[in-house]
Structure formats: structure tokens, C-alpha cells
Design a protein around this ligand. Structure first.
Ligand code: SAH
Length: 354
């Protein structure tokens, strides 16, 4: 039994079943035993791999996209360059390296990182040697007098979700309790949920809808800052326009595992509901765009060809495979989507449409 499993069982015995959101939150971010609190889950020795870890091209194109927004919006002298959930800091390092080619932008940027895990903050500090990032627990403490230039990759999928099952005009919440001495799923009593009132129109009894209160709160703060002070946010994640069905997943060592097995030792995530992300947003947003299409629009193929010129043998094979992995419909090109936030009156960032 993992140390966290003992803690979860004691809490359930004392207080009764917990929501999937509480379970996710403890499994990922328990200060001593949480998945992100205790390890670096990315990269070759890790449990999963993300776009910036696959190829530098991902961060390069995001950096240039943000730089173009900065130029289009009048080249503010001081801006906050923000990343949500920066993992090892690879994406931010690629952005910062690339924007040095855009006169004035790098000098205008102060780096702000929203990161809950002290372990990953240390990894980010290491990757970003030579820069002086400010770390935050939440978007609420970002500067509120500067434009925000923000990127987020595979951040929203890590936020805790509630799972609600339709029952008449109300919802029963999927809970985690104990069956004997084993963690098991159960259901709460039926209750209405205002946040899902609109889903009574397109669901039937027994349908499961996921709801991520933390994501909405972050989006609203970010949107309000962008509307007031300018800038943009580029959000990348797997998911779809409207959540339907159970997408909670646990991944360990690149394999899907049971989310209730060995809590704290696997990555828990859920598909992002992009429609819910932009609900009640205080700024404009682009259309949801496939990651592969976004990267192609920004010229990933030309960049891949340019980089390929100095590569040969296994390094070239790996580079070609990485390009395909980021963009191809059978790989990350269509399951991953992207969405941009920008202020009213501005054009959508390059690669996006309204
Ligand atoms: N963006 C990175 C890492 C993705 S993993 C990449 O693409 O490689 C998710 C990241 O979000 C980790 O850095 C994790 O510690 C962070 N994270 C998860 N939940 C968080 C929360 N509630 N607040 C802040 N950071 C969080």
C-alpha cells in the first residue's frame, strides 16, 4: 500500500467518501506524497511525454506567435511572459531562446511561472538558468498592470474534475469510498448543480459529465487581465468542445493503469472541455483549432526542413518522427487542440481564426 493510500483511507473512514476532484487533488499535489510533488514525470525516464519534450519546434513556434502579438499590439515596454504548469521548464526555455531574435521583446518580458510543485519549481529553476522567474501558486497574483503573454500546455488536463451522472433533473456525483479495505467508486445522493444547468438540454439519464471548477476560475482571471491590459494566452491540451463520458485516466510508465491503484504513483488527468473553459470569459477567444493545423499554419514543416539540414543518422530519424508526432492526425495532431485568448479589438494571434 502506498503512503498516500493509507492517508486517503483514513480520511474516508473519518469523513466519508470524497469526490473525484478531492481524490485527484490529493493524488497529484499532496505536499509529501503527491505525484507532481515528488517527481519529474516527464521525459524518457518518466511516465509520459509532452509536446515541448518531443521537439524544440513546439516552443519556438509558440514564442514567435507571442512575439507577433506583442508587435501587433504596439510593443509594450514591460509585459508578463507567463506559463501555467511549466513541467521541467522546457517550453519556456524554448520560447525565451526564440524570442531573442525579435528585437525588444525578450527585454520587455518578466517571466512568471504558475507551478504548484516545489519539486518541479526546482527543475524549472535549473532549466531557466540565466533568467529570474517569479513563481506563483495561482494566476491571481500575476501583475495586474501589464499585458499578459501566456502559454499553457497540458496544464488544464491536470486540474481536478468532478464527475456528475445525470439523474432526472439533478446529478449524482461519482465519489471514492471504501469497500471493505479497498478504494472503490460510488455515487452521492441526487442534487442539482447550477454549473451544469445547460447540460440538462443535451444529456439523458445515466450520462456522465465532467466539470472542472478550478479551470473556469483560472480562465476568468486570465481573460479579465488580458481584456484590461492586453496580450494573449495560447492554450494547448487534449480534449474536445463538450465533455461527455468518463475521461479520467491514470498513466504510469507510458501505460494506462487503474486510477485507484497505487494512488500518488501515476499521473491522473482528464480531457479538457474547451466549451466550459471559455464559458463566461471576459475577453475574446479564437475558434478551437487542431494542434497539427496550428503548427502547420505557423510553418512547422519549413522549420523542420531547416533543422533537418544539420542532422543525419538516428538524430535525423528522431527529428522526422518528432515532427510527425506533433502534427499527424494519428498522433498528437488532432487529439490535441488549441485555443487563443485575446482582447476585444485585437486580431486573433497568428495560426488562429475567430
Ligand atoms: N507544461 C509542461 C508540463 C505538463 S504536466 C509540459 O508540457 O511538459 C502539468 C504541470 O502542471 C506540472 O508542472 C504540474 O506540477 C503543474 N500543475 C498541476 N496542477 C497544478 C495546479 N493546480 N497549480 C499549478 N500547477 C499545477
Amino acid at each position: 500500500m502506498t503512503a498516500l493510500e493509507t492517508i486517503l483511507k483514513a480520511q474516508i473512514s473519518a469523513q466519508g467518501p470524497m469526490s473525484v476532484a478531492q481524490f485527484m487533488s490529493l493524488c497529484l499535489l499532496h505536499p509529501k506524497h503527491g505525484y507532481y510533488s515528488t517527481r519529474d514525470p516527464l521525459g524518457t525516464g518518466g511516465d509520459f511525454i509532452t509536446a515541448p519534450e518531443i521537439s524544440q519546434m513546439f516552443g519556438e513556434l509558440i514564442g514567435l506567435c507571442l512575439a507577433q502579438v506583442w508587435i501587433d499590439q504596439g510593443q509594450a515596454a514591460k509585459v508578463a511572459l507567463v506559463e501555467l504548469g511549466p513541467g521541467r521548464g522546457t517550453l519556456m526555455a524554448d520560447i525565451l531562446r526564440t524570442i531573442r531574435a525579435v528585437p525588444g521583446f525578450a527585454a520587455a518580458c518578466d517571466v512568471h511561472l504558475i507551478e504548484a510543485s516545489p519539486h518541479l519549481r526546482a527543475a524549472q529553476k535549473n532549466t531557466l538558468t540565466g533568467y529570474i522567474p517569479t513563481w506563483h501558486d495561482s494566476v491571481a497574483t500575476l501583475p495586474d498592470d501589464q499585458p499578459i503573454y501566456c502559454a499553457a500546455n497540458e496544464f488544464f488536463d491536470a486540474l481536478p474534475i468532478r464527475q456528475m451522472i445525470r439523474n432526472g433533473d439533478g446529478w449524482r456525483e461519482r465519489m471514492i469510498g471504501l469497500e471493505g479495505d479497498t478504494l472503490s467508486f460510488g455515487l452521492s445522493e441526487v442534487a442539482p448543480l447550477d454549473a451544469l444547468a445547460h447540460r440538462l438540454e443535451d444529456t439523458k439519464d445515466g450520462d456522465l459529465v465532467e466539470h472542472c471548477p478550478a479551470a473556469s476560475a483560472i480562465m476568468q482571471t486570465l481573460g479579465a487581465r488580458i481584456e484590461a491590459n492586453g496580450g494573449a494566452a495560447l492554450i494547448f491540451d487534449y480534449g474536445d468542445w463538450r465533455s461527455l463520458g468518463d475521461t479520467l485516466q491514470a498513466v504510469r510508465d507510458h501505460e494506462m493503469v487503474d486510477p485507484l491503484h497505487r494512488p500518488g504513483q501515476s499521473d491522473l488527468s482528464a480531457h479538457v472541455d474547451f466549451e466550459a473553459l471559455i464559458a463566461d470569459l471576459h475577453c475574446h477567444h479564437s475558434r478551437l483549432t487542431l494542434q497539427g493545423i496550428f503548427l502547420e499554419r505557423l510553418g512547422i514543416t519549413q522549420r523542420a526542413q531547416a533543422l533537418a539540414k544539420s542532422l543525419s543518422g538516428p538524430a535525423l530519424d528522431q527529428h522526422i518522427a518528432a515532427h510527425k508526432r506533433l502534427t499527424h492526425a494519428d498522433e498528437m495532431g488532432t487529439i490535441f487542440k488549441t485555443l487563443a485568448l485575446f482582447p476585444e479589438g485585437a486580431n486573433p494571434p497568428a495560426g488562429y481564426e475567430t
